[in-house]
Every structure is written in structure tokens, then in C-alpha cells.
Design a protein. Structure first.
Lengths: 316, 318
């Protein structure tokens, strides 16, 4: 239990540190505190990654990995940008259809992983290619649009409606974690054969987890189109690596069974903040990925050192 | 008698499956598209597959001990740019430039290995971070490939690798194949690699320097990624940004289609050669059939899934 608390707090510590760094860099560069506009733009740009990170963290908690999030985001972005175009009723029906599509894509992954007994990294590698192809079929050239009414509800550029969705995501996780399904996710991730032995239907749990990850990717896609007001069939690719990075920075263990989606959400926000910090400190954007890579490794190293220190203290 | 027993082992059967896959794709191609399996078309496929074969050699080595190398794309790209900018297209500078490019690969791979083996960073995180570091360094130091020497070509002897009826590049690939096979099957080091892959704890308890082996394998993976970078820039003439991006997932796919277990401890490079060829043959065939890009992506994914279902499944539980 203490171990679980410590791992979760790593994500929050990293987030707090990057938030402080952001404030310091911003104020020293511009000579004033960030305005509500700055906070709002951070919130809106970070929402898609937050959702993908939640889905990825669920999968990683069961000891798997989902590389196809990139493909699912792409195909959902393509459908959203080309179909959610006008009229409130048709817009929201299409958004629901997009969410169902994401859920189905994820369920395909889950079915193959759980019942086909193929390693998750390989299954999702193959389906990534399939979903990316679908996205290209739906939206061959970048474009599309989203009606302003939908935009005002999802990522309003003037008032922080994004906070509502973020709050719903947090609340959703807090509830999910306490359900029977939530407990089973941790059980399967900690020790799958023990979980089976006590009667946890591991295959069904995995199927649901991958389906949920697909749903989260679809949500991310809707928010992505809402923020950027256009679609691109390759929009999802960056999310593969950044969602894994968020999960890692958020203190979710790759071996499964330890960590929480809240940590992954904190990791996602921290990763987005790092880009802003680099921008405001005037570092050549060409070097951006160098610092992101270092940030990732250092954050994980801090976690490892923390574990070692804690173990030594317990022994002493 | 002895040879028959070797053929019956699960390892050999996996190589046969992989080779069977290659032959099947080539046969289907030859039937539907006359000339597909002719030597001139086969030669092009072999050359294109050799690039995948190089990166997959490195990927296979780390997969054998249950690791993974996600830093391949930008190690490859970085090495390619190091080669052209340090050689400036001059033949006399070529040996030094090749050594430099391979050295960069070795250094990055060594860093990955140290992070994984000594600092205990998960392989996915370490190599993912390293990929970012290399991307940033490559873009930053070459100023987005706009530096004065960035327009240089690969030295002409290197570009000669691809000419003639039997391109020298194929001999280079055969050399890599020989190296990998000898290293993994005939040396103590090779036995240790499989031992660590099957059970690192048991390997450690029987006196194998698990950390040393791990560092050596990641270093070799870096060298092979750099070698692929050199070959690709020699093939294309000039480096470009994003040169290595397709090879991340391609290398993993080739390793798995080649019958190497992603969990470690099982697999041979002969299978990986077949795997690289299968993937390239599938892509070439779809291009020859004028399948649009979206269809190519989807069929490519379906083919990998089909191969995984054929021989990539794990044992049933209980």
C-alpha cells in the first residue's frame, strides 16, 4: 500500500516541479504571471494526451501495452473532422458514433490479446497499421472542420469548459478503481496466474481494458479536432510515444499492477508543460525532443532512486 | 540422422515456417503478377530487405534477452548524417567517416545498455528517451539539416555497393548473417545470450555476467542501426530527416515474423532474414498491384496478424 502511494506521488511530484519551473520561466521571461488565457490554452492542448494516457495506463496496469492508440486516434480524428460538420443533433450523434468506433477498435485488440494469446505489443503493432490505413481511407488529405457550437462545449477558447471534462475523467477513474472491475485490473496486472486461480476472468478483464483504451483514444480524437478545428489522418502518431511517456512519468509500473490513471494524467500535463517551458526559455525548438527524452529518463531514474532509498531506510 | 533431428527441433521449425512464409508470398506474387519472382525484381527486393535485415539484427539481439530497442530510428538517422557530413563526399575520408558513424551507434547503444542493465531503467523507457535525445541532437546540431556540409553526398565507393548484377550490398548482408549465426550458435557469448533470455535469474546464479551481456547486446544494436544508416544513405545518395522512422516498427515486425519470441530466449537470425524478405515482398507485391496506400497499410497489418496467428501464439494458461 505504501509502495502504491509512493509510486502515485512520483507523478504528482514531477507535475509540481514542472509547474513551478513553468511559472519561474514564464515570469522571468515575460515579467508577469501567466494569464488565465495561458492556463486555458494549456488545458485545451493537454486534454487529448490526458485521455490517451488514461487508456494507456489501464492497459499498462494489466501488464500490457497499446501501440494502436495512434491508429485509433487517427481514424477517430478522420471521422470526426469529416462527419461532425453541422447541426447539433447530427453532430452529437456522430460524436457518439466516433466513441463507439473507438470502443470497437479497442475491443478488436482486446479480443486478439485475450483470446488469441498473442503478445500485446505485437497485436497492437499490427492493428496500428490497419487503423492507420482506415484513417487514410476516410480522410486522404488533411482537412475537415468542426461546428463552433460543439467547440464551445468541448474546448471553449474563452471559458474553461475543459475543466468539466477533466473533472469527469478524474471522477470516472476514482469510481472505476473501486468497482469489482477496477480491482480485477490490478489483480491481473500483479499476478495473472494467481488472479486466475482465485477466479478472476482474466481474459474478459483484458478485453474490457483494451476496449476502454480505444474509447479513451476516441475521446482524445474528439477533443483534438475540437482544439485544432481540423483533422489529419496522421494526427494520432505522436500519441503512441507520448502516451507511453506520460504513463511512465506518472509512476505506473511497466510490469503491471502498480500505479494509477491519475498519475498518468499528471504525467501527461507535465509533458505538455515541458514543451511550454522549453518555448519560454528560448531554447531552439530543434532541440525540443532532446530535452523531452532527458526529462523522461531522469523522471524514471528519480523514481528508481526513491525506491532504493526507501528500501534502505526500511532495512536500517 | 543427426541433421533430421536438428530439423525437428522447435527452433528449426520456426525458421522453416518463416522461410515458408517468404516462399508463399513470392509464389502468390509470381502467379498473380508475372515477372514478380524474376531475378531483376528479386534483386531489388533483396536490397531493400537488407536495410530491414540490418536493423532487425540489432533488434533481434536485444529481443533475445527480453528487451526492446526503440532508439533505432534516430540512431540510424544520426549515423547517416554523421557519415555524409564527416566524409563530405570524398573517397579519402570514407573510412574515417564510416568509423565515426559506427562509433556514434556503438556509443548510443552502450548508453542504452548501461541505463537498462546498471540503472534499472525499463528498456522501453530508456531507449524511447534515447531516441528523443538523438532526435534532438541530430536536428539541433545539423540545424534541421541546413548546415553547410549537410548537402554532402555519400562517398562514391559506398554508392557502388548497389551496382552490378550481384550488388556488393547483398554480400554485406550475407556477412552480417554469418556474423550473427556464428556469434549466437558457435560462441560462449551466444550461449550466454540465450541463457539470459530464457531466465535471467538462473543465468545470473550460474555465473553469467548478465549486465555485461546486456550492455554488449544494446551496443551491438546501436552499431547495426548505424550500419543500416550508412547503407541507406549510400543507397539514396543524401540523408534526409525521418530516414529511420519506418524502421522502428519494421524491425520489430521482421524479428517476430522471423520466429523470434518477443519474450526472449528463442530465435535465429536465419528466420529474421526470411522475415525481412517476407515483409518487403508483401509491400512490393501490393505496390505492383497498384493498391492505394491505405490498402497497403491495412493488408500489411492483416498479414502480420495472420503470421502471428500461425506461429506467434503463447501457450494456453493452465
Amino acid at each position: 500500500m505504501r509502495e502504491a502511494l509512493r509510486r502515485v506521488s512520483l507523478g504528482y511530484l514531477v507535475l509540481a516541479a514542472t509547474a513551478v519551473a513553468y511559472l519561474v520561466v514564464y515570469t522571468s521571461r515575460l515579467g508577469r504571471f501567466p494569464t488565465s488565457f495561458d492556463y486555458l490554452s494549456i488545458l485545451n492542448t493537454t486534454l487529448p494526451l490526458v485521455f490517451v494516457a488514461i487508456g494507456q495506463s489501464l492497459v499498462v496496469l494489466t501488464g500490457g501495452i497499446d501501440l494502436s492508440v495512434g491508429g485509433i486516434v487517427s481514424v477517430c480524428v478522420a471521422v470526426t473532422a469529416s462527419k461532425v460538420t453541422g447541426g447539433a443533433v447530427s453532430s452529437y450523434t456522430w460524436i457518439l458514433a466516433v466513441l463507439a468506433l473507438g470502443l470497437c477498435c479497442g475491443a478488436v485488440n482486446g479480443l486478439i490479446v485475450a483470446y488469441g494469446r498473442i503478445a500485446p505489443i505485437l497485436v497492437t503493432l499490427a492493428t496500428l497499421s490497419i487503423f492507420s490505413g482506415l484513417a487514410l481511407r476516410v480522410l486522404p488529405v488533411p482537412g475537415g472542420s468542426i461546428p463552433p457550437e460543439v467547440r464551445l462545449v468541448l474546448t471553449n477558447p474563452a471559458t474553461p469548459t475543459g475543466l468539466i471534462w477533466l473533472g469527469l475523467a478524474v471522477a470516472g477513474w476514482l469510481v472505476l478503481r473501486r468497482t469489482r472491475f477496477g480491482m480485477r485490473v490490478y489483480a491481473v496486472g500483479s499476478d495473472e496466474s494467481s488472479a486466475r486461480a482465485v477466479g478472476v476472468p482474466a481474459a474478459a478483464v483484458k478485453l474490457k481494458v483494451y476496449a476502454l483504451s480505444g474509447l479513451c483514444s476516441a475521446l482524445a480524437a474528439v477533443f483534438y479536432v475540437s482544439t485544432t478545428t481540423a483533422g489529419d489522418a496522421n494526427a494520432g502518431n505522436p500519441f503512441i510515444l507520448t502516451s507511453i511517456a506520460s504513463v511512465v512519468v506518472g509512476g505506473v509500473a511497466f510490469s503491471g499492477g502498480r500505479g494509477s490513471a491519475l498519475g498518468a494524467m499528471a504525467g501527461a500535463v507535465a509533458l505538455t508543460l515541458v514543451i511550454d517551458i522549453l518555448f519560454f526559455s528560448g531554447i531552439d525548438p530543434l532541440y525540443q525532443s532532446l530535452f523531452q527524452g532527458l526529462f523522461l529518463v531522469v523522471a524514471v531514474l528519480l523514481g528508481t532512486v526513491g525506491t532504493l532509498l526507501a528500501r534502505r531506510r526500511r532495512l536500517a | 540422422m543427426n541433421a533430421l533431428r536438428v530439423l525437428d527441433s522447435p527452433g528449426a521449425r520456426r525458421i522453416l515456417y518463416a522461410l515458408g512464409g517468404t516462399v508463399a508470398v513470392l509464389l502468390v506474387g509470381a502467379i498473380l503478377h508475372p515477372g514478380f519472382a524474376s531475378w531483376s525484381s528479386l534483386r531489388v527486393m533483396l536490397v531493400v530487405a537488407s536495410f530491414t535485415g540490418f536493423v532487425a539484427a540489432g533488434q533481434m539481439l536485444v529481443v533475445l534477452v527480453g528487451g526492446i530497442d526503440l532508439s533505432i530510428p534516430w540512431v540510424l538517422n544520426g549515423a547517416a548524417i554523421v557519415l555524409t557530413t564527416s566524409s563530405l563526399g570524398q573517397t579519402s575520408r570514407a573510412p574515417l567517416a564510416i568509423a565515426l558513424a559506427l562509433g556514434v551507434g556503438a556509443l548510443v547503444g552502450f548508453g542504452n545498455g548501461m541505463g537498462v542493465a546498471w540503472l534499472g531503467v525499463p528498456a522501453v523507457v530508456m531507449t524511447l528517451g534515447m531516441n528523443g535525445v538523438m532526435q534532438g541532437l541530430t536536428l539541433g546540431l545539423s540545424k534541421g539539416l541546413t548546415c553547410a556540409s549537410c548537402g554532402s553526398y555519400a562517398p562514391s565507393p559506398l554508392r557502388g555497393l548497389f551496382g552490378g548484377a550481384l550488388p556488393a550490398q547483398l554480400f554485406l548482408w550475407a556477412g552480417v548473417g554469418l556474423f550473427m549465426t556464428v556469434l549466437l550458435t558457435l560462441t560462449t557469448f551466444g550461449r550466454r545470450v540465450y541463457a539470459v533470455g530464457v531466465n535471467p535469474r538462473a543465468a545470473f546464479l550460474s555465473g553469467i555476467g548478465v549486465r555485461g551481456v546486456t550492455v554488449a547486446l544494446y551496443t551491438l544494436s546501436g552499431v547495426f542501426a548505424a550500419l543500416a544508416g550508412i547503407a541507406l544513405v549510400a543507397y539514396g545518395g543524401q540523408p534526409s530527416l525521418g530516414l529511420g522512422d519506418p524502421y522502428l516498427f519494421e524491425s520489430i515486425a521482421a524479428v517476430v515474423v522471423g520466429g523470434v519470441s518477443i519474450l526472449g530466449g528463442r530465435g535465429h537470425y536465419l528466420g529474421v532474414i526470411a522475415g525481412s524478405l517476407t515483409l518487403v515482398a508483401v509491400t512490393t507485391f501490393l505496390q505492383a498491384q497498384r493498391v492505394p496506400e491505405y490498402g497497403r497499410l491495412m493488408i500489411y497489418g492483416l498479414v502480420i496478424l495472420a503470421i502471428l496467428f500461425a506461429y506467434g501464439r503463447e501457450k494456453a494458461h493452465d
